[in-house]
Ligand binder design. Sequence first.
Ligand code: ADP
Length: 175
Amino acid sequence: MSIKIIQGDITKLKVDAIVNAANPSLLGGGGVDGAIHKAAGPKLLEECKTLGGANPGDAKITHGYNLPSLWVIHTPGPIWHGGDKGEEEILKRSYENSMCIARSYHLKSIAFPSISTGVYGYPIEKASVVALNSVNWFLKNCAYYEMEVIFVLHSKKDFDVYIKNAKLLGIEYEL
Ligand code: ADP
């Protein structure tokens, strides 16, 4: 079991699955969602149209099409409303349900962007703690074969926050 933290563009990663911070329609949007659809090509949207959307915290899987990754796991995170509207629980479920789907497909390498911390406004300081704790907990308690998770941060600022909080939480990671 391992956790990697890197800075980069998730659409470039040759992994078993990348996770998409989608919106509930699953029909594409801006940010990382837009970048994933652009890199995957129009067949991704065609498949997404068959999924019937997803509630915040749920996750659904599609093929990766023109992406280097084989699969895309789509999960709408919570929109930040100040923190007392169940945002933390929903964000946790986004990570855990994405990991559950990855495990049910026996995927070995899964890359996550920082879900909800763009347009959805979840503060990166708080969201990174949820991301790191949820995935670390899953790897320790629920993974029954070797799984590698890569957190891919688009900006150096977000990358630095993840590193700082991984250290604070005592979570082992590689670069
Ligand atoms: P949300 O709606 O869940 O907030 P966004 O796509 O707006 O989703 O932002 C989520 C995070 O994804 C942000 O931190 C943003 O900087 C990051 N991001 C945007 N493009 C990419 C990319 N190509 N690779 C990795 N992360 C990205």
